[in-house]
Design a protein around this ligand. Structure first.
Ligand code: PMP
Ligand code: GLN
Length: 378
């Protein structure tokens, strides 16, 4: 049978995590914390289960959680979404991205994606029959060249995908980037898909520039978020997206057809837990300390990198150590040295190798110490 996704292969995250398990390696590859989600949050899930919230919740989510998220967004970014018609909860941000892309991309439509990029955008676009138009981020700071974006916009451009803070590079979009994009999209009907799963993992007093903060963007944006990144529970696969009602109406058709609704007791738990903003408001400082610890431990090694400004990833150049392809080097690091990372080439256009590895620093200090001991010996 002809494949609908001929270029699709097992994700690098499964490959590297699988190899890490097989070789009992320290795992700084796939992005997840090795510390626990808050006990209180777990207890709230159990409580909801015991209280009988074990059947389907409403398709678009329980009203209490919709209300919490809508007011959180209003407090942080100043945009008031309608809680009845402009938000849905999804099976992780991954499903929100899938629904958003499939709801609007028609065969032959072009979708601008900045490279390196997270690996689910392009397969989603191709499954919808669309054409990814890839634009490389420029320089050591991985900047967007807005003139190039302007040149690449055509009458077929249906959507632009942005991701801030950015996986894998750890860069963030600035206010002036967002204003430039706002200007560029004015008087077009291009949809903006804004992947903001790391919105709270932002360092050095940077402010997260959510698309929802900019009226000219918010009116055309689908903003995707993930509870997994914010609450240290990536395995719960809970996320959401917000968008103006005209867009959400279409996204909901895909949400209904793919999962219809998501985990009821967890929605109850988050609705209660989110009444206190302390956790997410302190998350930037928490992860900044992890980043600083990791970079301090790496000092004097042959790995070099610009400090990450957001996410829980640090990209490092290893060209002083070897000129091996990054996939080979990453595999050798697991099998011979017991340490797993992600080769950055998998995020790049045509898999171009830049001799860089991505390390996830969402780990306890002991793990970071053991990992960096290994890296120092290379
Ligand atoms: N977007 C980006 C940039 C990510 O790094 C991830 C998490 N790996 C996702 C989306 C998906 O998030 P979730 O696990 O909530 O599906
Ligand atoms: N977002 C995570 C990462 O970049 C992994 C998600 C996944 O495994 N698909 O490591």
């Amino acid at each position: 049978l002809p494949s609908k996704l001929p270029a699709g292969k097992t994700s690098i995250f499964s490959v590297m995590s699988g190899l890490a398990r097989k070789h009992d390696a320290i795992d700084l590859s796939q992005g997840f914390p090795n510390f626990e989600t808050d006990n209180h949050l777990k207890e709230l899930v159990c409580k909801a289960m015991k209280e009988g919230y074990n059947q389907y919740p409403p398709m678009n989510g329980i009203p209490e959680l919709r209300e919490q998220i809508v007011s959180k967004i209003e407090n942080l970014y100043g945009k008031k979404y309608d809680e009845a018609s402009e938000i849905i909860f999804t099976a992780g941000a991954t499903q929100a991205l899938y629904c958003a892309i499939n709801a609007f991309v028609h065969p032959g439509d072009e979708v601008i994606v900045f490279k390196p990029a997270y690996d689910s955008y392009e397969p989603d676009i191709k499954l919808a029959g669309g054409k990814p138009v890839l634009i490389e981020l420029k320089g050591r700071d991985f900047k967007i060249d807005w003139e190039e974006v302007e040149e690449k916009i055509t009458s077929k451009t249906r959507m632009i995908v942005i991701n801030t803070p950015h996986n894998p590079t750890g860069t963030v979009l600035s206010k002036s980037d967002m204003q430039r994009l706002e200007k560029l999209l004015k008087n077009t009907n291009i949809i903006l898909l804004s992947d903001e799963v790391y919105e709270h993992l932002i360092f050095d007093k940077e402010e997260h520039q959510s698309a929802s903060k900019f009226p000219g963007l918010a009116e055309r944006a689908i903003v995707c978020a993930s509870f997994g990144k914010t609450f240290h529970n990536t395995g719960w696969k809970m996320g959401y997206c917000v968008a103006p009602e005209v867009l959400m109406k279409e996204i909901i058709k895909f949400h209904q057809a793919t999962v219809f609704c998501v985990n009821h007791p967890m929605q109850r738990a988050f609705a209660e837990y989110l009444k206190n903003p302390d956790h997410y408001l302190s998350l930037g400082d928490f992860y900044q300390q992890k980043r600083d610890k990791f970079l301090e431990l790496m000092e004097g090694s042959k790995f070099k990198g610009t400090p990450s400004k957001g996410t829980y990833f640090q990209v490092m150049d290893y060209s002083e150590i070897t000129d091996e392809h990054d996939v080979d080097f990453a595999k050798r690091l697991i099998t011979k040295h017991g340490l797993a990372s992600i080769p950055v080439s998998v995020f790049h256009k045509d898999g171009k190798d830049h001799k860089q590895l991505r390390f996830c620093f969402a780990k306890n200090d002991e793990t970071l110490e053991k990992a960096t001991e290994i890296l120092h010996k290379l």
